[in-house]
Design a protein around this ligand. Structure first.
Ligand SMILES: NC(=O)C1=CN([C@@H]2O[C@H](COP(=O)(O)OP(=O)(O)OC[C@H]3O[C@@H](n4cnc5c(N)ncnc54)[C@H](O)[C@@H]3O)[C@@H](O)[C@H]2O)C=CC1
Ligand SMILES: O=C1O[C@H](COP(=O)(O)O)[C@@H](O)[C@H](O)[C@H]1O
Length: 268
């Protein structure tokens, strides 16, 4: 892809996982309301390609969107305990501005950072904790209705609806990635739910790379590694995006230490 890619929320955890993995492969526009220290910016990105702006500032978003062909939209309040005023402003209003400006600019592909919390309500008392265990075959696949477990999840489900609307209205390709739990180097420690929805940094970068390269209309996919423990299907992401995750929380102990693949033997 030759045209610039706009990455909102570039300075955050997900943004940095993406830039660590594929930072040299695209012509980025980086937008964040906080200025990015040099260490967070790929070498090829100039000052002119960095926008310190709030996503609710339509004029700034329009400026950043000029000439852009694809967007990865991450900026928002990621806290599951975030209050309504914050998710309304950052996650709903902000997402509506970014999607509206993208659609009006003729952007072809838009990847939206949705969340496991858009469907947290499926984790009912009778399903948990079995749901988080490798031998349980319950799966959400993206076809189910949103069932948020908190107001943050409501805001992410709303972002998905906005994506559906802008796709239907304008034809912009929209993929909503229900991200699990991103951690670096090892799965969340001593946390069954987190290990069932672990997304490694490498798989995160690869997944969003596929969102930029694949062809799609409107999609909802789950963004987790290929964990033995899982209750989110990654089949749709494989099928539509060509997602091919390399990591699995089962390759780590419950405490998060890597398990050696080939233990040495004394056999000749
Ligand atoms: N980290 C995770 O495991 C998961 C993250 N997500 C979603 O992915 C996205 C990124 O999450 P993280 O990187 O973890 O969060 P983060 O808090 O580390 O990064 C968010 C970035 O967005 C910027 N930002 C926030 N509001 C903004 C606004 N109104 N205008 C401009 N910039 C703004 C912040 O300055 C920050 O750099 C969020 O939308 C979050 O809901 C979803 C599921 C799991
Ligand atoms: O959407 C998000 O989900 C992850 C995982 O949720 P948790 O309830 O298991 O912590 C969370 O870490 C992240 O901050 C949030 O944005």
């Amino acid at each position: 892809m030759d045209d610039p890619v706009l990455l909102t929320g570039a300075g955050g955890r997900v943004g940095q996982a993406i830039l660590d993995g594929i930072g040299e492969e695209y012509d980025w526009r980086l937008l964040d309301r906080e200025p990015l220290p040099a260490a967070k910016v790929p070498d090829r990105v100039t000052d002119a390609d960095q926008y310190v702006a709030d996503i609710t500032d339509e004029r700034a978003v329009r400026e950043a969107m000029t000439g852009v062909n694809a967007v990865i939209h991450l900026a928002g309040d990621p806290r599951k305990t975030a209050p309504w005023d914050s998710v309304l402003r950052n996650n709903i209003d902000g997402t509506q501005v970014v999607m509206r400006v993208a659609a009006a600019a003729g952007v072809e592909k838009f990847a939206f950072a949705s969340s496991n919390h858009a469907v947290g309500g499926y984790e009912t008392d009778d399903r948990t904790p079995d749901l988080y265990r490798p031998d349980d075959d319950y799966r959400l696949d993206g076809e189910e209705l949103p069932r948020p477990g908190n107001l943050y999840g409501v805001s992410k489900a709303t972002g998905e609806f906005l994506g559906r609307y802008y796709h239907d209205e304008t034809g912009m390709g929209v993929v909503c990635v229900r991200i699990g739990n991103l951690t670096k180097d090892h799965p969340p420690r001593e946390y069954e739910r987190g290990q069932a929805m672990w997304l490694s940094h490498g798989d995160c970068a690869h997944l969003f790379d596929r969102c930029l390269r694949a062809e799609y209309g409107f999609e909802i996919v789950y963004g987790i590694s290929d964990n033995d423990r899982k209750y989110y299907s990654i089949e749709r992401a494989r099928e539509v995006l060509g997602y091919d995750p390399q990591d699995n929380s089962a390759n780590y102990t419950f405490e998060g230490e890597p398990i050696a693949e080939d233990p040495p033997t004394d056999e000749p």
